[in-house]
Design a protein around this ligand. Structure first.
Ligand SMILES: NCCC[C@H](NC(=O)CCC(=O)O)C(=O)O
Length: 444
C-alpha cells in the first residue's frame, strides 16, 4: 500500500493582527502594533500550500477559528450586545480583547500531536489537540481545534480523536511543534521524538530562567500513552533551556526531522549524543543527523531567519526538499549554510523559498503553518476530500479571501463590531466550501 506524509496548513483567519501576545517569542513581541494585512497573510499561506500540492504532495487545509471570541469575553464578565462586549473590553481590558481576537490558530503545528497508524497499538491514526495553556490567546483554541480536526478526519474507523490534556501548567502541551517523527518509510513504524522544555513535577530539573518552557515532559508522556505508542517507538528529549531563553519558544524553531533525517542546531537539546544513540538503537536504518554548528549559524540568526522552521518534504521522486521562508535568503550566514547543505551529500537536494512574512512577523514560519499527518492511501481516501488542496479549492479560497478579508488591520480595529459580522459571514461560507458542518459556536 502507498503511504504519504500530508501537510495540513492553517488557513489564516480574517482577524490576523500583531498584538505582541507571546512572551518568549521574539518576533511577536518586537512586531507588536505593526499594521497587519490579513488578505495578504491568507494568500501567502495559500500560495505555499498550492505549490506543495503542485509538486505532487498530499496537501490539506484546516479552517481558522471564530474570532473575536465573544464567548470568552462574556465568560469573563463583559456583557450586553456583541458590539457592547467589544466596546467595554477595548476600554477596560484591551489586552484581553486582543487575546480574544488573535488568528493564532493559523499555526497548525500547534493544533495537535499526531501519531500515524503505523506507530499505534490499535492501528488507528491518533490526534490530541494541544491545550496551549501557556498563552491566554492560544488556550482558547483546543475545543474548536478538536471539532475542526474531527470534521476533517471524520471516519472513526481510521481516526481516533482524544480530548486535549488537563488545562494546567503541569500538562503544558504545544502539539506537533514539539514533536517530530523519524522513520524509514512513512508507512513503517517509526520513532516519535517528543521534545519538552521542562519537567513540571521535578523542581530540581533544568529549566529556562527568562522565558517560559511551554511544553512539559508530563504532557509529552501523556500524549504518548494516549496514542498507544510502544516505548521502543518513543524518545523523550529535553530542549536546551539556554536556547529557550534566547527565543526558541518551540522545538520547531531549532530542529526538524523527516524520514531518516534530523536537522538541528548544535545547541538544540540537552544530552544530545546520548539521545542520538537512543534513536539509533530504536530505529535501525541509515540515519542522517545534520547538526548545524554555532560557528556557522548563531542562535540569533536561526531565530531571526527560521532556518529550522522549514519543512523537509520528500517529493514523489524520493528526493528531499527544504521549504524555507525568504527570510533565510536574506540572512547571509543562513543563506550560505543552506547553499553548503546542498553539497553535503545528504538526502536534501533542493531549497525552495516562500514569502510568508505576514506569519513570520508573529513568529510563525513555514513549519508552524502546517500539521503533518502521515497516512496510507486508505486513510487519505477517508479524509474529508473538500479540505484537500487542488486547482479548484485554491481558486475558490482565493476568491473567498478577496471577498471577505481586509487588507489592513490594527489592534484598534479589533473593537469594530463590523469585524464580527465579516468574520462570521466568511466562516459560515467556508464551512460550506469545505463541508465541515457546524464547527463554530455561532452556528450551533
Ligand atoms: N508555532 C508558531 C506560533 C507563533 C505564535 N505567535 C503568536 O501567537 C503571536 C500572536 C501575536 O502576538 O499577535 C505563538 O507564539 O504561539
Amino acid at each position: 500500500m502507498k503511504h504519504f506524509e500530508a501537510n495540513f496548513d492553517g488557513l489564516v483567519g480574517p482577524t490576523h493582527n500583531y498584538a505582541g501576545l507571546s512572551f518568549g517569542n521574539v518576533a511577536s513581541l518586537s512586531n507588536a502594533a505593526l499594521v497587519s494585512n490579513p488578505k495578504a497573510a491568507a494568500k501567502q499561506g495559500l500560495q505555499k500550500a498550492k505549490a506543495l500540492a503542485d509538486m505532487g504532495m498530499v496537501q490539506g487545509m484546516l479552517a481558522p477559528q471564530e474570532r473575536p471570541d465573544l464567548y470568552t469575553l462574556r465568560r469573563i464578565g463583559f456583557s450586553g450586545s456583541d458590539a457592547n462586549v467589544l466596546k467595554q473590553a477595548a476600554k477596560e481590558a484591551p489586552m484581553l480583547l486582543n487575546a480574544c481576537c488573535s488568528a493564532s490558530s493559523m499555526w497548525t503545528a500547534n493544533a495537535a500531536t499526531v501519531s500515524p497508524s503505523a506507530d499505534t497499538r490499535d492501528g488507528k491514526l491518533h490526534f490530541t489537540p494541544a491545550n496551549l495553556v501557556d498563552k491566554l490567546h492560544r488556550s482558547i483554541e483546543p475545543l474548536t481545534t478538536g471539532r475542526i480536526l474531527t470534521a476533517t478526519f471524520s471516519d472513526p474507523h481510521y481516526f481516533h480523536h482524544h480530548s486535549h490534556l488537563p488545562e494546567h501548567n503541569s500538562f503544558g502541551d504545544e502539539g506537533a511543534a514539539n514533536h517530530t517523527r523519524l522513520c524509514i518509510e512513512y508507512g513503517h513504524a517509526g520513532v516519535e521524538l517528543f521534545v519538552y522544555g521542562q519537567e513540571a513535577t521535578n523542581p530540581n530539573a533544568p529549566k529556562p530562567q527568562k522565558y517560559p518552557a511551554r511544553q512539559t515532559l508530563e504532557a509529552s508522556m501523556a500524549v504518548a500513552r494516549l496514542h498507544q505508542l510502544e516505548e521502543d517507538n518513543c524518545v523523550f528529549i529535553q530542549q536546551n533551556p539556554d536556547v529557550i531563553d534566547q527565543g526558541v519558544f518551540h522545538n520547531d524553531v531549532i530542529a526538524v526531522g523527516n524520514q531518516n533525517v534530523l536537522f538541528y542546531h548544535e545547541q538544540a537539546f540537552l544530552n544530545t549524543q546520548h539521545k542520538i544513540d537512543e534513536i539509533k538503537r530504536k530505529l535501525d536504518t541509515e540515519l542522517y543527523f545534520i547538526e548545524v554548528p554555532t560557528a556557522k549559524v548563531a542562535i540569533n540568526d536561526a531565530v531571526k531567519s527560521y532556518l529550522f522552521n522549514t519543512q523537509i518534504i520528500t517529493l514523489p521522486s524520493g528526493e528531499m526538499v527544504i521549504v524555507a521562508p525568504t527570510d533565510c535568503q536574506e540572512n547571509p550566514a543562513v543563506f550560505a549554510y543552506l547553499n553548503e547543505l546542498l553539497t553535503l551529500n545528504t538526502p536534501i537536494k533542493q531549497v525552495l523559498y516562500f514569502d510568508v512574512k505576514q506569519s513570520m512577523q508573529n513568529g510563525g514560519g513555514p513549519a508552524c503553518l502546517r500539521l503533518r499527518v502521515a497516512m496510507n492511501e486508505m486513510e487519505v481516501a477517508a479524509v474529508n476530500q473538500h479540505t484537500l488542496m487542488n486547482d479548484a479549492l485554491f481558486a475558490r479560497l482565493n476568491l473567498w479571501v478577496d471577498k471577505h478579508y481586509r487588507d489592513r488591520l490594527t489592534t484598534l480595529d479589533l473593537a469594530d463590531p463590523q469585524l464580527i459580522i465579516e468574520s462570521r459571514t466568511a466562516l459560515d461560507e467556508l464551512t460550506q466550501i469545505m463541508k465541515l458542518g457546524s464547527v463554530y459556536q455561532f452556528q450551533r
